[in-house]
Design a protein around this ligand. Sequence first.
Ligand code: AMP
Length: 291
Amino acid sequence: MRIVLLGAPGSGKGTQSQRLVERVGIPQISTGDLLRAAVAKGTELGRQAKEAMDSGRLVEDSLVLGMIRERLGEPDARRGFILDGFPRNLAQAHALDRLLATLKQPLDAVVQLEVDSRELVRRISGRRSCADCGRVFNLLTSPPSGANAVCPKTGVPHRLVQRPDDNEATVTERLRVYDEKTHPLIDFYRARGLLQVIDAEGDVDDVTARLAQALHAPALRSPRRRPARKSAARAKGSRRKAAKKTRAARKPSRRAAAKVARPRRPAGAAARHGKAPRATRSARRRKGARR
Ligand code: AMP
């Protein structure tokens, strides 16, 4: 699956991306994280990006695009990816389209995480990340707890730090930049039939469940495969055969979609959703047993 997560700063893109990584097993590509790493390492890219980041402005497109091109070329991105914080303006969205067309890897879905602006500010003030493993927490909504309280890198409790650009003045500027430059991407992706909008307020688990549900439809609606299935079915002139073929053609995408939601379902339901033919046979057996 190739996914873009859109949303204002504080909408939970990082948190939800990390949860998707655990469930789907594809990498999260966060331009913010890549840029922060470059700044921390003191590379030339980091040096050029730092001033814009510190003031809440966007880093120059050419720098971000070079970074993304390189990252999408890495082997783990061939299985799919979750883009978090990229694209951030229309020029980046067009450049991403061109790049993915060259790689023959079009996007499957774009999900917009909707959060009220007062809630965004509240969330950003509680946001912390582990200085060692980078995991994002929120002291108000998703503090470290249980198995997640220990850093997988150090084996001791997470060392929580606040991002330097999560201060009040920079946050105000980042929200303004989002409205001006990033918000237009909602219409851009809606026009391409890729956009899903979800309510990203409330319990973090509920948001993950909504995200998983939203990702089913685009994964099943592959715009390139759908007409081919229809015309093949019509050529055969049999509605029954057509239905069978459609089910068969959809199977891999369904399985991929089920993979997103499966951890949240009880085992029986997961089997039904993930492996339809086997469940149908067992349903027949149950029916036979009742007779
Ligand atoms: P984020 O962690 O996504 O909130 O990004 C932190 C900062 O990194 C932003 O405020 C920008 O200065 C910069 N940044 C991240 N992604 C991009 C991008 N796609 N284009 C330009 N600047 C970016």
